[in-house]
Design a protein around this ligand. Structure first.
Ligand code: ADE
Length: 419
């Protein structure tokens, strides 16, 4: 491992540059922030460490930070999502330190996170809170150097809130995931489309007419269930939350406990953020040929160890990303070893939606650099940033909207007018 990078193969860089440029064309909001930052250099002198999926969309966020004057280090937030050609191009063409290799071991994954913290960043970004977690476990002396950490995903925000609730959080964090310009679009439309993309690339299955079981009806589950319905599937939702279950039912989906859904499904996808939502009793009830995958952040939602235990035979890689398990007389197909199917078997969310997420990240980082020191705790993205990102995205889509008239403004801020 070199001091300033560890990537698979620098000769892949040209292919990576093409991917980065292709994605950039669909990220106009981020591009407008980058263009302004080139002139004003708002991150001059800042060191930023990002632990994110190493994709062409992330590359454009890293370019934005670099062009804003920061020195940047990027490491993978998942061993299977790294696009090696993008990592190579970031090192070779954009002079960004990258430590990420597709398929890296758990040991190397953590060595890469350590390499990022060896840069002594003042701002960190996480997708799943692994960097912040490592800081709290092994780098407590360094925590004071960090002005804020930005969190990209629901699972990460849940971990950070748990850390804060235990009274052990040591730095200010911003829950970027919770911004409306992030979760309402990225989690819903991004996950909805990219999860189906991953499943279809892995299996080439027809979705029309199939019974698809969706575990979890948060923003990701909603997105996926709706896209699966759009392709002609009969969709069953499983939930533990009464309100979300009710919403799924009124959105027109069947709602069942997993044990009742298990014998019915042709395809199962977990997007719950929770542990073992598909476990051995469910595998035993499934049909011959059932396909099981996960699109939640961590590979804990499907109990793969239990599946291995009850299987009498395993055939690895019957096609790329597909392992066959024999349970009794039935074949169960596990995709991408239970890891994030949309990033392991496809390319993650399309650039157009990552544009909003990463514009929200970029503006949040600029606000941290410019503003006064935040208090320790979990902070929200400011409404100004959300509105600015939405406004710029609408503009880039050629959509204009109405403005409140003075009369309407007055009406909305009054209480006197009634029946
Ligand atoms: N998370 C989901 N899709 C992604 C993408 N394309 N790039 C970075 N992070 C992602």
């Amino acid at each position: 491992m070199k001091n300033n990078y560890d990537v698979k193969d620098l000769s892949l860089a040209e292919a990576g540059r093409k991917k980065i440029e292709w994605a950039a064309q669909d990220m106009p909001v981020l591009e407008s922030i980058r263009q302004e930052a080139i002139k004003t250099k708002p991150l001059q002198g800042f060191k930023i460490a990002a632990c994110l999926h190493v994709t062409s969309e992330t590359a454009n966020l890293m370019r934005t930070f670099k062009d804003a004057g920061a020195s940047v280090v990027l490491v993978a937030s998942n061993p299977l999502s790294t696009q090696d050609e993008v990592a190579a191009s970031l090192v070779k063409h954009y002079q960004i330190a990258v430590f990420a290799r597709h398929g890296e071991s758990r040991r190397l994954y953590y060595q890469h996170l350590q390499a990022a913290l060896a840069f002594h960043p003042q701002i960190t970004l996480d997708d799943g809170a692994d960097l912040v977690s490592l800081l709290h476990k092994d780098y407590q002396k360094q925590v004071r150097e960090i002005q804020a950490s930005l969190e990209e995903t629901t699972t990460g925000v849940i971990r950070l809130r748990a850390l804060a609730a235990s009274g052990k959080l040591l730095l200010p964090v911003i829950a970027v995931n919770d911004a409306k310009t992030k979760h309402m679009f990225d989690n819903r439309y991004g996950t909805g489309q990219s999860t189906l993309d991953g499943i279809i690339r892995a299996t080439n299955m027809l979705i029309a007419g199939k019974t698809v079981v969706v575990a979890g009806y948060g923003w990701c589950g909603r997105g996926f269930a709706n896209r699966a319905r759009g392709l002609g599937a009969k969709v069953i939702v499983t939930e533990v939350d009464e309100i979300k279950a009710l919403e799924a039912a009124m959105d027109g989906f069947s709602v069942l406990p997993m044990k009742e859904a298990a014998p019915l499904g042709d395809l199962f996808c977990t997007l719950s953020g929770d542990l073992h939502v598909i476990d051995s009793p469910h595998f035993k009830l499934m049909k011959d040929g059932a396909i099981v995958c996960n699109s939640g952040h961590f590979d804990v939602e499907i109990n793969v160890a239990a599946l291995k235990k009850i299987a009498t035979k395993v055939r690895k890689q019957v096609r790329p990303q597909v392992d066959e398990y024999l349970v009794g007389k039935k074949r169960i197909y596990l995709l991408a070893e239970g890891r994030l199917i949309n990033l392991a078997a496809a390319e993650g969310h399309p650039a157009s939606v990552m544009d909003m997420s990463f514009a929200t990240q970029a503006l949040s980082a600029l606000a941290v650099a410019k503003g006064k020191k935040l208090e320790i705790g979990v902070h929200s993205v400011s409404g100004d940033i959300e509105n600015r990102v939405a406004r710029l995205k609408l503009k880039s889509m050629g959509i204009s909207i109405d403005k409140l008239t003075p009369e309407q403004k007055k009406y909305l801020s009054s209480w006197e007018a009634g029946t």
